[in-house]
Design a protein around this ligand. Sequence first.
Ligand code: ATP
Ligand code: PRP
Length: 223
Amino acid sequence: MSPASLDRPLTLALSKGRIFDETMPLLEAAGVHVTENPETSRKLILPTSSPDLQLIIVRASDVPTYVQYGAADFGIAGKDVLYEHAAEHPGGLYQPIDLNIARCRLCVAVRQGFDYEAAVRQGSRLRVATKYVQAAREHFARKGVYVDLIKLYGSMELAPLVGLADAIVDLVSTGGTLKANNLVAVENVAEISSRLIVNQAALKTRSAKLQPLIDSFRRASAN
Ligand SMILES: Nc1ncnc2c1ncn2[C@@H]1O[C@H](COP(=O)(O)OP(=O)(O)OP(=O)(O)O)[C@@H](O)[C@H]1O
Ligand SMILES: O=P(O)(O)OC[C@H]1O[C@H](OP(=O)(O)OP(=O)(O)O)[C@H](O)[C@@H]1O
């Protein structure tokens, strides 16, 4: 890597919405301010008050890809996303800190009135719609339940209502979305929060700029 490229600002990959919002206090604690709002700006590269740090705004599920390939030096992604990414791209990402932000649970949910326990007891083959195929496959394999997984990219809650699936594996926080759609959570798959992820090469070559930020995130997220 040339000295010039070592001089460029660090790039932090974030998704807009809750991860961006919950990361702002962590950046503020490190003395970094972000003036542009990704909800209103069309810009995908956002400067910060620090000449050493810029942000890029990408889809939540794309954050690990940008970091793994070094297009971003570091990023913040949910364990749900990291788990799915790792299945296709093992290794390559250093995950130093659980930031304890964007907390929720990955759950199995069914229509109210659907007897999930009985279906499992009887050894029925279940149709399960989810965006989280790897996590779902492992969960049901551990339980010894036969499933046909249907990959969706969003609005999983709709699937049991229109006969696409018997169950879904989706994220639950307040439970409001399940309730609004007459669904109930019947099983926990995993507790979810977001982690700081760091490109392995950047960790070695750019540690002078990276390490103080990592240390500050660690302190702020421990509060
Ligand atoms: N209701 C929720 N409460 C708390 N955290 C959540 C909730 N929903 C999702 N998360 C966490 O926040 C992360 C980002 O969620 P967000 O809704 O911004 O992206 P997404 O729509 O899931 O992803 P993509 O845009 O790539 O499809 C998720 O990966 C998850 O870890
Ligand atoms: O239990 P709750 O508090 O209702 O949260 C659960 C919902 O949150 C997430 O969706 P999100 O709000 O991110 O919508 P999106 O995936 O369409 O962005 C998730 O996919 C659930 O649908």
